[in-house]
Design a protein around this ligand. Structure first.
Ligand code: DOR
Ligand code: ZN
Length: 348
């Protein structure tokens, strides 16, 4: 491919990690994902969390009802693992096609994770069964110990938990979600083919300075938090390398403006409205537009063992101005890249 084309057409992508929320927020944000992606892995951290097949089925119906104009959008549901996870229900949910994967949140690692797993040993029987039936485990990879620096939590999780887990269960499909460090890239590169990772647009665009640029910047705050520049560069190299282990997962996580601009602001960046433009900008800057299709549209389905999408999307080299705010059913949300220009535009 010409490395500076004016337009690219790629197989339709999927988002392998997104928060669509529920209720009025779901109604407001779902179509941003559905207009770009054929499928999306839906995070289960609602309040209360989606912990069984019945809840997931009902949530899937609510999502589909929120995107009536997007024929063919498929929400792929995940099960929120707790210490008391029910192996029989999870197996049933996976076998019946309701669950695509299960999500491991270490307890209290992030938004609505209070019911998460306190010790991986508590869910070992569930994980063994997932290995047997080929059900992927999606991991928020951070320790939560107060004595571990917030910028080191991912690296320490690899050392204390993840490296052991993949040795104990070598056949378990593991997606290391929203990786943020060179340590994670090294780990994934060296692991077997059952270990993959998603990478968000924000971790490809910003380093941790973005949170402190001229003052405190709550809209650049997400978890895992952005790290040093050397880590951002390692993530850009991994995403654009062509390696089948890396795939698109936006981690779009909308919070209303007042919940972000607060004395205790929520973690999460709402990147869904311009996600493809944001990724395309990175791949273009890296001279790797020819690698975008693999990352966005092929590596994910291949890892999950799902068919590739048939449709295509087209991106044009032209300016997209990202609005300062997005009005969403009476609420205001500040999108990623608010007020900035991106040099690509999704034209369908
Ligand atoms: O920044 C984040 N926001 N990270 C997560 O892990 C959860 C998410 C959310 O649900 O808001
Ligand atoms: Zn997430």
């Amino acid at each position: 491919m010409n490395q500076s084309p004016e337009q690219i057409t790629i197989r339709q992508p999927d988002d392998w990690h997104v928060h669509l929320r529920d209720g009025a927020m779901l109604q407001s944000v779902a179509s941003y994902t559905a207009r770009q992606f054929a499928r999306a892995i839906i995070m289960p951290n609602l309040a209360p969390p989606v912990t069984d097949t019945k809840m997931a089925q009902a949530y899937q119906d609510r999502i589909l009802a929120a995107v009536p104009d997007h024929d063919g959008f498929t929400p792929l549901m995940t099960c929120y693992l707790t210490d008391g996870a029910d192996a029989a229900d999870i197996e049933w949910g996976f076998a019946s096609g309701v669950f695509t994967a299960a999500k491991l949140y270490p307890a209290n690692a992030t938004t609505n994770s209070a019911h998460g797993v306190t010790d991986v040993a508590n869910i070992m029987p569930v994980l063994e069964q997932m290995e047997k039936i080929g059900m992927p485990l999606l991991i928020h990879g951070e320790v939560t110990d107060a004595d571990v620096d917030v910028f080191d939590r991912e690296a320490v999780f690899i050392e204390r938990t993840l490296s052991k887990l993949v040795t104990q269960l070598p056949g378990l499909k593991v997606v290391f979600e929203h990786i943020t460090t060179a340590d994670a890239v090294d780990f994934v590169n060296e692991a077997g083919p059952h270990v993959g990772a998603t990478i968000t647009p924000q971790h490809l665009h910003i380093n941790r300075n973005a949170m402190f640029e001229g003052g405190i910047r709550p809209h650049a705050y997400c978890l895992p938090v952005a790290k040093r520049e050397q880590h951002r560069l390692a993530l850009r190299k991994a995403a654009t390398s062509g390696s089948a282990k890396y795939f698109l997962g936006t981690d779009s996580a909308p919070h209303e403006i007042h919940a972000k601009e607060s004395a205790c602001g929520c973690a999460g960046i709402f990147n869904a409205p311009y996600a493809l433009e944001s990724y395309a900008t990175v791949f273009d800057e890296e001279g790797a537009l020819d690698k975008l299709e693999g990352f966005a549209s092929e590596h994910g389905p291949n890892f999950y063992g799902l068919p590739l999408n048939e449709g295509t999307v087209t991106l044009q080299r032209s300016t997209t101005i990202v609005p300062e705010n997005i009005e969403a059913g009476g609420a205001t949300i500040v999108p990623f890249h608010a007020g900035q220009e991106l040099q690509w535009r999704l034209v369908r």
